[in-house]
Design a protein around this ligand. Structure first.
Ligand SMILES: [Cu+2]
Length: 158
């Protein structure tokens, strides 16, 4: 008897949790559009990859991605590339800004979402779920297909 009450309490709070999650992602989805997300295919055995996408903000407020997560890797970090002594190096960043009524592009050689410690080899066209967390605590889940891409711009000046 007691356990069935606690079970229904758990169900109740779970359904509330998912309802509020859904409401939050709806709110952000109307502000920020995700365009052309993809994940870089890497050779078997390589445990690090990256995701790229474009973010379009149709609202008058600046939005920030402050965190990302994915079931495909142990760790997910927000990264940028910086020039240092003539070399391109990756740096973890606190957040990725999407300006009001503006666009932010995550691309090879620039901002990206780093997938560190892949659990399995990524397959071409496999859809990778990535949860983007915004500064206000809301989140949006994207499905990024795995694609073969060229390493461009690593040695070139932009
Ligand atoms: Cu990186």
């Amino acid at each position: 008897m007691k356990s069935s009450i606690s079970r229904s309490l758990v169900m109740l709070s779970l359904s509330f949790f998912f309802t509020s999650l859904f409401t939050m992602s709806q709110a952000i989805a109307s502000d920020v559009s995700i365009i052309d997300p993809y994940v870089r295919a890497v050779p078997p055995g390589q445990t690090v990859s990256a995701a790229f996408l474009q973010l379009e903000n149709s609202s008058g407020n600046t939005h920030y991605i402050v965190n990302a997560s994915s079931p495909v890797s142990k760790v997910v970090e927000l990264h940028s590339h910086v020039h240092e002594n003539g070399m391109m190096k990756m740096r973890q960043v606190e957040s990725i800004e999407i300006p009001a009524n503006g666009k932010t592009v995550l691309e090879p050689g620039g901002l990206h979402i780093m997938l560190i410690g892949l659990h399995d080899t990524l397959k071409i066209d496999q859809k990778v779920a990535i949860t983007l967390e915004f500064k206000d605590g809301s989140s949006q889940v994207i499905e990024a297909p795995v694609r073969k891409i060229m390493m461009k711009g690593m040695m070139m000046k932009k």
